[in-house]
Design a protein around this ligand. Structure first.
Ligand code: BG6
Length: 496
């Protein structure tokens, strides 16, 4: 079903996110007939260009970044619905112009006063833009129309700033109008975690401390900071990835079954889970977390400079480009089960996956054979690339002696469903247009994520690492991260 009539207003329309992801996603929605006939996009940015120039720019962008070949006829229809307004985000006059333009667009395109404002700008502007939208009367919902705001990450810099951002915007918007994005939730494989757990009778009964030995979550990237030194210097891996993307994966894997897929039912369970993560004490930060920063190395056959030599990075920077931690969840389902999370840039391969290791059988039966150890059962949820799910079993190796080998049952998305290249933003944009906030973060979800990482960030800030850079680009990160698991008699499944 296509969404109802609306206009999407993109703040930061001349930026990277718009051309690489939002535009291709909207184009894909158009191709799939999920955009309404009564639809328009209004781009807002500083760049002083005309509407025609804006359309030509997006024409070039879509040909460069579309996930499928562009159908020129379809693009022309799309292009006719593109509008542009240049101005400063802090300038009240600009919002009056926007008001007038939106009224005009409503008349031209039949969009009925329904507006989705997408804040694809630097986070410094979030508060100002929302306040100005409020002052200009653009976010009041009445006369049967809706007004919604999508806020990109980073949502705050720490617990305090996230709280104050939530508080500020709550003066202007109702919670039901706020869509805090975490693009990991737009990934099919991430959404499928819920179907895997709650749509199959097989796994839920063993999804607990009785049967699961430990869980590993890896989000490894091969890219470095890609010219974003300025942003990344004040951010680091915990703020950029751990607090949001990895915690999303964690909650999907561990939360209790929600009573429905209703937005608040799901978000309630996520909050309950995050509340039960055992808080890090300063001592735990020393023993259960690892930070890293890459030095020069070779990634995918290319020489990569050290992080400290990247443009707009301090030569003595203490920003972490890698983070690993061990946490535990103090509830009945998970008490005592360790969760190991790691993420880093310039690692050896691009892999996002969740590994669930099950407990061993008592190996009494095989005591007298030549088998010295049985391999445990592993379930691997491959989020990207090579999306799929595999399960490792022990099987008898054919032959007269009793020998056991590890075999894999493997489900690949591509085999069953083909691959429909997409950006991951399609679902999120569509959901916002139809008013479904299930895949977006509520204020308490975000704050609880910050609450968990706060003590880590505090201790790290107070004790500047002396050993940076402590891993070579193109490897699997600092050796301390291996030691984190080895101390518990375990090892990372990928890269060791
Ligand atoms: C973004 C981070 O949120 O996620 C980037 O800011 C990171 O630093 C990116 O590279 C990773 O996303 P994906 O979808 O490529 O795993």
């Amino acid at each position: 079903h296509s969404a109802g009539p609306c206009t999407i207003v993109i703040f930061g329309a001349a930026g990277d996110l718009t051309k690489r992801l939002l535009l291709p996603a909207l184009y894909n929605l158009k191709r799939s007939n999920l955009l309404p006939q009564e639809f328009a996009i209004v781009g807002v940015a500083h760049t002083p260009i005309s509407q025609d120039d804006f359309r030509s720019k997006l024409n070039r962008d879509i040909h460069e970044f579309a996930t499928v070949a562009v159908d020129d006829q379809l693009w022309q229809q799309f292009e006719q619905r593109l509008y542009y307004l240049s101005g400063e985000f802090q300038d009240a006059k600009m919002y009056q112009q926007l008001h007038n333009l939106l009224t005009q667009v409503d008349q031209d395109c039949g969009t009925q006063g329904n507006y989705l404002f997408y804040l694809a700008t630097s986070s410094n502007f979030f508060c100002d833009i929302i306040a100005q939208l409020g002052a200009a009367g653009l976010v009041q919902e009445d006369n049967g129309h809706w007004r919604r705001v999508i806020i990109e990450k980073p949502f705050g810099h720490d617990l305090e700033s996230a709280r104050s951002l939530n508080q500020n915007i709550s003066h202007v918007l109702k919670e039901s109008q706020i869509y805090r994005i975490d693009h990991y939730l737009g990934k099919e494989t991430v959404q499928n975690i819920l179907v895997f757990r709650f749509g199959n009778g097989l796994f839920e009964p063993i999804w607990n401390r009785e049967h699961i030995d430990h869980v590993q979550i890896t989000v490894a990237e091969t890219v470095g900071v890609e010219g974003r030194g300025n942003f990344y210097e004040g951010t680091g891996a915990v703020r950029d990835m751990m607090q949001n993307h990895l915690f999303q994966l964690l909650t999907m894997i561990t939360m209790e079954p929600p009573v429905s897929f209703d937005a608040d039912a799901v978000r309630d369970e996520k909050s309950k889970l995050l509340k039960s993560v055992q808080p890090f004490t300063a001592e735990m930060v020393q023993t259960q977390t690892v930070q890293g920063q890459y030095g020069e190395g070779t990634v995918n056959g290319k020489t990569v400079p050290a992080y400290r030599s990247e443009p707009r990075v301090a030569p003595d920077s203490t920003t972490e480009t890698y983070a690993a931690l061990k946490l535990t969840i103090d509830n009945w389902r998970w008490a005592g089960v360790p969760f190991y999370l790691r993420t880093g840039k310039c690692l050896s391969a691009r892999v996002t996956e969740v590994v669930v290791q099950f407990k061993q059988v008592p190996s009494l039966l095989f005591r007298d054979t030549s088998i010295d150890h049985l391999t445990p059962n592993f379930l691997v949820l491959r989020i990207q690339p090579d999306e799929g799910i595999s399960f490792q079993l022990g099987a008898k190796i054919p032959g007269p002696t009793m020998q056991i080998g590890a075999v894999k049952m493997d489900f690949c998305y591509a085999d069953y469903f083909g691959t429909t290249p997409s950006t991951g933003y399609e679902t999120l944009l569509y959901d916002c247009m139809i008013g479904d906030a299930t895949l977006f973060q509520r204020s308490d979800n975000v704050e609880l994520g910050w609450r968990i990482v706060s003590p880590i960030l505090d201790v790290w800030a107070a004790t500047s690492p002396q050993n940076f850079p402590n891993y070579t680009a193109g490897t699997w990160g600092p050796t301390q991260a291996d030691a984190l698991l080895e101390r518990d008699g375990r090892q990372w499944r990928v890269g060791t």
